[in-house]
Write a protein that binds this ligand. Structure first.
Ligand SMILES: C[S@@+](CC[C@H](N)C(=O)[O-])C[C@H]1O[C@@H](n2cnc3c(N)ncnc32)[C@H](O)[C@@H]1O
Length: 287
C-alpha cells in the first residue's frame, strides 16, 4: 500500500466551515446549515487535492485572497458545492402543458414570437428540451408562430460550458422516443464514445449567459412569455426564494407562465402569480 494512500484527508473545522458557509449563503443564496459540513468537507477535498494543498487553512487563504486565481477558485468552489442534477424532459408534465394548453393559447391570442427563459439551466438539458418542444410544436402546427428564442442562464461557468457544447451520453437520451432522438440528436461517429450531440438547428435557438440569482437585478432585454426556474430555489431560504421570484417575474409578460420544480412552492409569498397547475403559475394581468 503506497504512502499516498495512507495520507489522512484534511478535515474541516467548525470555524473553517462557518467561513465557507457564510460566503456561499451570502453570495450564492444556498442555505448552509451545520448538517452540510461533511458534504462540504468531502466535496472540497477534491479541490485541495487538485491544488496539492494539505489543509483547509491554506485553501481558505488561497480562495479568499485577492487576485484572478481567487475568482477562478471561488467559481470552482461554487461548482463543487452546488447540485447540478438535471435531465431531458425532467418533470415532463410541464412540457405537456406547454404543448396542450399554453402554446395553443398564445397562438390563439395572436402572439407571433415566443421568448422563453430557462433560469438555472445547469448542463443544458432543460433549455434543449424547451427548444425541442418548440420545434415539435412548429412542426405539428405550421404557421402558429413565426419564431422562438430561449435564454438559458446559470451561475456555474463549468455547467454553461458543458451546456454550450451540447454533447451528452447515450444514457442521457435513453428514455426519449426513437423518433425524437433521430430528429434532434446526432450520433457520434466514434461508436465507442457512446455520445450524442444536439443538432445545430436546436442549439442555435438557445443563448447561454452567466447569471447569479443573488444579483440585485437581472439584465434581461426582452420580456419572456415563459420562465422555467426549477430545482434551484429549493436550496435557498424562503425570503431569498421570494426575492428571486420577484426579480424573475419582472421579466415575464402579464399572462406569462412561471414553472418551478416539483417540490418548490410560492405558498405564503405575496406575489402577483396564480397557481394554474402543478408548480405552474400565471402572472396576473393588471387591469
Ligand atoms: C439542480 S440544478 C437544476 C437544473 C434544471 N433547472 C432542472 O430542474 O433540471 C440547479 C442549478 O442551479 C444553479 N444555481 C445555484 N445557485 C444559483 C444562483 N445563485 N444563481 C444562478 N444559478 C444557481 C446551479 O449551478 C445548478 O446548475
Amino acid at each position: 500500500m503506497g504512502a499516498e494512500f495512507l495520507k489522512k484527508q484534511a478535515e474541516l473545522t467548525d470555524k473553517q466551515f462557518l467561513k465557507i458557509a457564510d460566503f456561499i449563503q451570502n453570495n450564492v443564496g444556498i442555505k448552509m446549515p451545520e448538517q452540510k459540513k461533511l458534504m462540504v468537507q468531502s466535496r472540497l477535498q477534491s479541490r485541495l487535492k487538485a491544488l496539492g494543498m494539505e489543509s483547509f487553512d491554506d485553501y481558505i487563504a488561497y480562495a479568499f485572497s485577492t487576485g484572478s486565481h481567487s475568482d477562478e477558485e471561488i467559481a470552482l468552489m461554487i461548482d463543487v458545492i452546488t447540485t447540478n442534477l438535471t435531465s431531458f424532459f425532467r418533470e415532463k408534465q410541464h412540457f405537456d402543458s406547454m404543448m396542450t394548453t399554453i402554446l395553443p393559447e398564445f397562438a390563439k391570442n395572436g402572439f407571433s414570437k415566443i421568448d422563453i427563459w430557462s433560469a438555472a439551466c445547469s448542463s443544458g438539458q432543460e433549455p434543449y428540451t424547451l427548444s425541442i418542444v418548440m420545434s415539435e410544436y412548429f412542426r405539428t402546427h405550421p404557421g402558429a408562430f413565426s419564431d422562438f428564442s430561449i435564454l438559458a442562464t446559470d451561475i456555474s461557468s463549468r455547467m454553461l460550458e458543458k451546456a454550450e457544447n451540447a454533447v451528452y451520453t447515450m444514457d442521457d437520451v435513453e428514455d426519449l422516443p426513437f423518433d425524437m432522438k433521430k430528429r434532434y440528436f446526432l450520433k457520434s461517429k466514434d461508436e465507442a464514445a457512446q455520445q450524442v450531440r444536439v443538432k445545430p438547428e436546436i442549439r442555435k435557438k438557445v443563448r447561454f449567459e452567466r447569471l447569479n440569482f443573488m444579483d440585485s437585478s437581472y439584465p434581461i432585454e426582452t420580456d419572456k412569455h415563459i420562465i422555467f426556474c426549477r430545482n434551484a430555489l429549493i436550496y435557498f431560504d424562503k425570503p431569498t426564494q421570494e426575492a428571486v421570484i420577484r426579480k424573475l417575474i419582472e421579466h415575464l409578460i402579464p399572462g406569462g407562465y412561471l414553472f418551478l420544480g416539483h417540490s418548490e412552492t410560492i405558498f405564503g409569498m405575496n406575489l402577483p402569480l396564480r397557481n394554474v397547475g402543478p408548480t405552474m403559475f400565471r402572472k396576473e394581468i393588471e387591469r
